[in-house]
Design a protein around this ligand. Sequence first.
Ligand code: NI
Length: 182
Amino acid sequence: MADFRALPCAPIIHNMALLKILNYPDKRLNKVAKPVAAVDDRIRQLVADMAETMYAAPGVGLAATQVDAHERVIVIDISDAHDELLVFINPEIVWSSETKKEWEEGCLSVPGIYDFVERPEKVRVKALNEKGETFEIDCDGLLAVCIQHEMDHLAGHVFVEYLSTLKQTRIRGKMKKLEKAL
Ligand code: NI
């Protein structure tokens, strides 16, 4: 295992733990996450654990659904130095551009699989941060792709669902082989 302690994540709480990431096609990835009722220490601990899990993977985004916690919590860090953690609690897309863009996406729950998905090029997202404060952020580029991908997870969807039935069948076959190899 990599020495994740060397990674400069943004520790909110010092006792962090790596969480197990569910792999597609685990049915728990299809659960719909519930809104967070109160941004309290329990949620801040989940955020800290999710951030540590994302940095260790390594990945640029993680939704609570992927660690079998079915509440509307997302962590994202698209910075090169892994030092710009973004926390989205109860995120909502309040505006989407009509222009769309295709990006090659990957997912920590579908290791080794990358494919193209078309989504709105820009979105504005309203959410709460880990202090429970409301904020709005305009997202484009990779951040726009990432937040939409992670919000799909909260709704119980994995990006491979955008691909053809044939590709989805092939991916499920690859995932089965991977599970057996572990
Ligand atoms: Ni994903």
